[in-house]
Design a protein around this ligand. Structure first.
Ligand SMILES: C[S@@+](CC[C@H](N)C(=O)[O-])C[C@H]1O[C@@H](n2cnc3c(N)ncnc32)[C@H](O)[C@@H]1O
Length: 254
């Protein structure tokens, strides 16, 4: 039976790739690279660099173009359903047509497949469609927020306390206004700015683990402007940005 591994490759530093990931990738006949239409050439190139750096065997690379989602459609549920079907079809064709019956394939997933990544859900959908059989396993990777914490030299959890992982959209909607420690990903709108009037610290990082890495930390009120300016400048210069941050409410005395 075909075998598929979903391999977390870390947040951009080729040294994030674990020994387990290298072992699994070295056993792969086919490495699948999923490309989005808003994907930057640099990010696709980086995944190729990771393969070149760690793999020496004879393997094939197959690109899967992730179908874009129609965000303007009037019928929202129908549009989402259509997008899910098209994604499942693209993966299904790639696995069925590019992977031999007894071969091993590997999907490279940014960070860790367990955080804000749809590869596992899509593979389940492909299996449910029933036109190609395979089994799959998951190799964990270093997430962007683990890399962020390491670069700032902080723990994400304070003694006995939880940390939440969420999206910029939910923070902007005010859903985390009363919460202690929050890791924010996928933020296109500088949602942390809403905490400028409060005793909240931000530990921010962009391109963490990559040559263009940017790090800033401090009270939101003190650093929000600088983060916004550095973010804007980097985004204009490179054409894309990936950033993440921890929001941490200062402990109240007494
Ligand atoms: C679709 S999610 C994928 C998350 C990934 N699975 C992980 O474990 O980190 C993409 C988001 O991850 C964050 N991200 C990924 N790589 C990053 C990096 N090198 N530096 C900062 N943030 C990063 C950004 O918030 C970005 O919007």
């Amino acid at each position: 039976m075909r075998h598929v591994s979903v391999v977390g490759i870390g947040a951009g530093d080729p040294e994030h790739v674990t020994i387990q990931a290298i072992r699994v990738l070295r056993a792969a006949d086919v490495v699948f690279l999923v490309t989005k239409d808003d994907d930057r050439a640099e990010l696709v190139e980086l995944r190729r660099t990771i393969c070149d750096r760690h793999l020496e065997h004879d393997y094939r690379t197959v690109e899967i173009a992730d179908p874009p989602r129609d965000r303007s459609a009037a019928d929202y549920p129908a549009a989402v359903e259509d997008w899910r079907r098209r994604r499942a079809e693209a993966y299904e064709h790639a696995i069925r047509d590019e992977l031999g019956e007894s071969q091993r394939g590997a999907f490279l997933v940014w960070g860790d497949p367990a955080f804000y990544d749809s590869t596992l859900a899509i593979l389940d959908e492909v299996l449910a469609r029933g036109s190609v059989r395979f089994d799959y396993d998951v190799v964990p990777g270093i997430t962007s927020f683990q890399a962020l914490a390491a670069q700032h030299g902080i723990s994400l959890t304070r003694v006995g306390q939880p940390v939440e992982i969420t999206t910029g959209r939910r923070v902007a909607d005010g859903r985390h206004d009363d919460h202690g420690d929050v890791v924010v990903m996928l933020d296109a709108q500088l949602a942390f700015e809403r905490f400028a009037g409060q005793d909240v610290d931000v530990y921010w990082g962009a391109y963490v683990g990559m040559p263009d890495e940017l790090l800033l930390a401090g009270r939101v009120a003190d650093v929000a402007e600088e983060i916004a300016a550095r973010r804007r400048e980097a985004r204009e210069r490179k054409g894309w940005i990936m950033d993440t941050y921890l929001l941490r409410r200062r402990a109240q005395d007494g």
